[in-house]
Design a protein around this ligand. Structure first.
Ligand SMILES: [Fe+2]
Length: 370
C-alpha cells in the first residue's frame, strides 16, 4: 500500500490574493483561456499563453505539439496553468524538460524531469487533475483518448480559488462535478483502493451527492454557496485518483468520448449508473454496499426499498441531463465494435474494475443506453 498527497494545496478567495501570496511577476507564464484572463487576471504582470490559440475543445496530440513548439521559444521560471482539466493536463507536459513531441513523450518508459516550477489552478470542480500527474489527450489518428502519468507532472502547488467558480457555465459545473463523483465512486471500488483513498472518496462522494440534492430541492442558486465544498470534493477525489486509477466507467467513457466528441465529464456521467447497476447485480455484498448506503443517506431514502442506483440515475437525470447514445450518433452496429475496442485499448483502467467486465457486459451497457 502506498498513499501520497503530492502538491501543496492552497485555498484563496480571489486571484488577487493568490497573485500576492505567490508573488506573481513577469518571470511567470500564465497558461489559460482568453475569457478567464479577461475575467480574473487583468493587470497581472505575468506573460501569457492562451490555450484557445491552439485548440477549441479537448486537447489533441497535434494541438499539444504546437503548444510545445510555442513554449520552447519563451523564457520563464514558473508555469501557472489556470483552467479546466484540458489546460491543466497540457501544462503538465509543457513544463517538462524535453525537446520531444507528444509521440516521443508518450513512448513507454519516457519520463523527463521538470524544466520550470508548476502551479495548477482549476476553474472547474471535477477532474481533480491539479493533484494528479496524468495527462489525457485525444489521438484522433487512433480514434481514442489516452492518458499517461508523468512523474514530473505533479505540480509544486495546487491552488483552489473560490472566485474561479463564480462564472462557471451550468453545463461545465454539472459535468465536471459529476466526473469528480465518478472518480470517488470508481476508486472506492477499485481492488487497489486503501483506507486512505476510501476516506477521500467517501468524503468527496457525500459532499457532491448532498450538493446535488440541494440543487434539486432549492434550485441552481445554491451552487455558488457550495463552491468551496465542490472545489474541495473534486480535489479530494483527485487525491484518490493520484494514488489509484479509475476503472470501467472511465474506460468506456474514454472511447465513447473520443468517437463522438463528447466532453469527458459528460461521457463519464453518462455511463456511471449503468456500469454500477451491473456491479451491484454481480456482487451486491462487497464494498458497493457502502455506496448504496451512502446514496440512501445522502438522498434521504428509506433503506432497502429500491435499488439505490436507480435513485442515483434519477438524481443525475435532474442535475446532469444527458442523451441516449443513439442521439450522440452511435448506431446498433457499433455496439460490438466499441465493446471490443474498449477491451483492446483501455486495459490500464479495466484492471481496476470492482468485478471484471467482459466485452458482452460492456455491449449490454451500450444496448441499455441506446
Ligand atoms: Fe474523469
Amino acid at each position: 500500500m502506498k498513499f501520497a498527497v503530492r502538491p501543496q494545496i492552497h485555498g484563496y478567495e480571489t486571484f488577487a490574493q493568490f497573485a500576492e501570496a505567490h508573488r506573481v511577476t513577469n518571470r511567470d507564464l500564465i497558461f489559460t483561456q482568453r475569457i478567464l484572463h479577461e475575467s480574473f487576471m487583468q493587470g497581472s504582470p505575468a506573460q501569457t499563453l492562451f490555450y484557445d490559440d491552439f485548440c477549441g475543445g479537448e486537447p489533441t496530440d497535434v494541438a499539444v505539439d504546437a503548444m510545445l513548439v510555442a513554449v520552447h521559444k519563451l523564457g520563464f521560471e514558473r508555469l501557472i496553468a489556470i483552467g479546466g482539466g484540458s489546460i491543466l493536463d497540457c501544462a503538465k507536459m509543457l513544463a517538462l524538460d524535453s525537446e520531444d513531441n507528444v509521440a516521443g513523450l508518450f513512448k513507454a518508459g519516457v519520463q523527463p524531469g521538470r524544466k520550470v516550477g508548476l502551479m495548477l489552478v482549476p476553474t472547474t470542480c471535477g477532474t481533480g487533475c491539479e493533484v494528479t500527474c496524468v495527462s489525457v489527450l485525444d489521438f484522433p489518428g487512433i480514434g481514442s483518448k489516452m492518458g499517461k502519468g508523468f512523474d514530473a507532472g505533479f505540480a509544486d502547488h495546487a491552488v483552489l480559488i473560490d472566485e474561479m467558480l463564480s462564472k462557471i457555465p451550468y453545463y461545465v459545473f454539472a459535468t465536471s462535478s459529476a466526473d469528480a463523483l465518478v472518480h470517488a465512486l470508481e476508486i472506492y471500488l477499485a481492488p487497489t483502493a486503501n483506507a486512505y483513498t476510501d476516506m477521500f472518496c467517501m468524503a468527496a462522494a457525500r459532499a457532491i451527492l448532498q450538493g446535488y440534492r440541494r440543487i434539486v430541492e432549492h434550485g441552481r442558486d445554491v451552487i455558488q454557496q457550495d463552491a468551496k465544498s465542490y472545489l474541495a470534493a473534486s480535489n479530494m477525489a483527485g487525491i484518490a485518483l493520484a494514488n489509484v486509477l479509475a476503472g470501467g466507467v472511465h474506460a468506456i467513457a474514454m472511447h465513447f468520448g473520443s468517437a463522438h466528441h463528447v466532453p469527458h465529464g459528460e461521457a463519464t456521467r453518462l455511463f456511471l449508473p449503468a456500469v454500477f447497476k451491473v456491479y451491484f447485480e454481480k456482487e451486491p455484498a462487497g464494498k458497493i454496499a457502502d455506496i448504496a448506503r451512502l446514496i440512501e443517506e445522502a438522498l434521504g431514502l428509506p433503506a432497502g426499498r429500491e435499488n439505490p442506483f436507480d435513485a442515483l440515475d434519477r438524481l443525475l437525470a435532474e442535475v446532469v441531463p444527458t442523451k441516449q447514445l443513439s442521439q450522440y450518433g452511435m448506431a446498433e452496429g457499433d455496439i460490438r465494435v466499441y465493446a471490443d475496442k474498449v477491451i483492446e485499448t483501455q486495459q490500464r483502467l479495466l484492471v481496476n474494475n470492482y468485478v471484471p467486465l467482459s466485452a458482452s457486459d460492456i455491449a449490454g451497457i451500450y444496448s441499455r443506453l441506446m
